[in-house]
Every structure is written in C-alpha cells, then in structure tokens.
Design a protein around this ligand. Structure first.
Ligand SMILES: [Zn+2]
Length: 268
C-alpha cells in the first residue's frame, strides 16, 4: 500500500467512555464522511473537546474530529485508532440511507470545522480539507463521492458546514473539489518520492557497474606497463645479456610471459 502525506498531526484526546457522547461502540465499516461545522463561532477545537468531555454524561451529540487553525483533535477514535461511533447526524433522517445505504452514525466519520472569532479560517480550512482527504485514503473511499454535508443529510434542521464555508466564499462543491485536489496531491507526492527512490537505486547500480569497469581498466593498464615480475627476472636478465632487449622495465604482462616461456625452453 502506498503512503499518504501526513501534512498535519492528528492529536488524540479521547473523551472518557463509555459515556453519552462516547459510547465506545466500534464502527463495523466506514462508508462515507460527513462534513460539519461547530455552529459556534469563535470556539476552538480544544475548547469544543473540553466542553464535550465536561458534558460527556449530559448529552449524546458528538463527532470524532474537531479542526481549527492550530490543531486537529480526535476526541473519539477514528483515524488514530480503530473507529468508534459518534452521534453526529440524527437517525430518523433517510438521506444517508438513500445515498449510502447506512446511517451516518453507524458508517460515517464526522469532522467539525471551527470558525469565527480568533480562528484563522483559511488555516483551519486547509487542515479540514486535508483530514477529510486523509480519511478517504485511510478507508479507501472516493473523495469525489464519499463526502456529504450535515446540511444535505438534515436540511430542515442543519446548515453546517455552510456557516463556515460561506465565510470563505466557498460552495459545498468547492469543498469537495478542494478535498479531491488535496487527496491527489498527497498521493502524487508519495508517487514522486517513490520514483526518486527508484532512480537513486538505478543510479547506485550504474555507479557500481562503473566501478567494476574502472577496476578492470586499471588492471589492464597495470598489465600493459609493469615492472619485471619475479617469475620473469631470469628470462629478462638472459635476454638483456644476449642483447635481445634494451628496455626490460615497463613492458606488458604478455611480453614477460613470452620471455619466460622462451627462457624455459632454452631459446634465450
Ligand atoms: Zn453538524
């Protein structure tokens, strides 16, 4: 399996459970994602999770992940551990069943975008888009199809995540397009780094091959011009004394071999 670029850290800060907000029920399968915003301008990821923890036995509403401009906090396991259910879309809407064949609470991760107040929405949105893309990668979902909005599933009661998106001048389709782009980028970077690794390997093989050739050439050159080897000294002395050669040093391996053979045969 390939890797996904981990641009941001996902901080696990699990709610105590079993509690109303975190029932500690495993999700059997993850089929889609629901995009939310907090509907509470100025609240931060940390602030929301703190509030959830304090009110964990009072209310059921929950979501797995909160995102602001500084942090991605997971308060119910979804990406940092085996996924658990959160109560983020009421059961009696049928839009989720019609589109995905399951209730959002049972088969979808819920991601909440923080906005307003001191939250830098552009930065928060980058993290929101990335964590949605990463969720799709993690659960092998098609980012173009698998993300819906709370406002789409429960149009009579809910407007999120459009409260936040409108502040950015984004439509819901813009969000999906941004997630698809992010998904592809985080995958492509991985493909590129793999290609670079492959090229490095090929280059190393080439260098090794070149080393072998250079060694062979050096050996050949050494043999083409060498000093008199011990085994040819007698033959060389004899040939010099008979005036057969003037320059005994720096001749080739083959030259000395031939002289040695002649000498052994008594020819020189
Ligand atoms: Zn919502």
């Amino acid at each position: 399996m390939s890797n996904f670029k981990m641009k941001y850290e996902i901080v696990p800060r699990y709610l105590s459970g079993p509690s109303k907000r975190r029932p500690c029920i495993p999700m059997q399968s993850v089929i889609f994602m629901v995009a939310h915003d907090t509907g509470n301008p100025g609240s931060t990821a940390s602030g929301n999770v703190g509030y959830y923890e304090n009110s964990r036995n009072d209310m059921e509403a929950s979501a797995q992940i909160f995102v602001d401009d500084k942090q991605i906090i997971e308060c119910i396991p979804f990406l940092t551990d085996a996924p658990e259910k959160a109560w983020h879309v009421i059961y009696n809407v049928t839009t989720d069943n019609q589109r995905y064949g399951a209730d959002a609470n049972d088969a979808a991760g819920g991601v909440e975008l923080c906005y307003g107040g001191n939250v830098n929405l552009t930065e928060a949105y980058k993290r929101y888009v990335w964590v949605l893309a990463y969720s799709c990668w993690k659960y092998a979902l098609d980012p173009a199809q698998a993300i819906t909005g709370h406002h789409i599933l429960d149009p009579k009661r809910k407007t999120d995540p459009m409260n936040a998106l409108k502040l950015l001048g984004k439509t819901f389709d813009n969000l999906i397009a941004d997630v698809v782009l992010e998904y592809n980028e985080c995958m492509e970077e991985d493909d590129m780094s793999k290609e670079i690794e492959e090229l490095k390997g090929k280059f190393q093989t080439l260098l090794n091959t070149a080393d072998v050739h250079i060694k062979k050439i050096n050996d050949l050159e050494a043999k083409a011009s060498m000093s008199v080897p011990d085994w040819a000294k007698d033959a060389v002395t004899s040939a010099v004394s008979k005036g057969l050669i003037d320059t005994p040093e720096g001749r080739s391996y083959d030259f000395y071999s031939l002289l040695a053979v002649f000498h052994r045969k008594g020819l020189i």
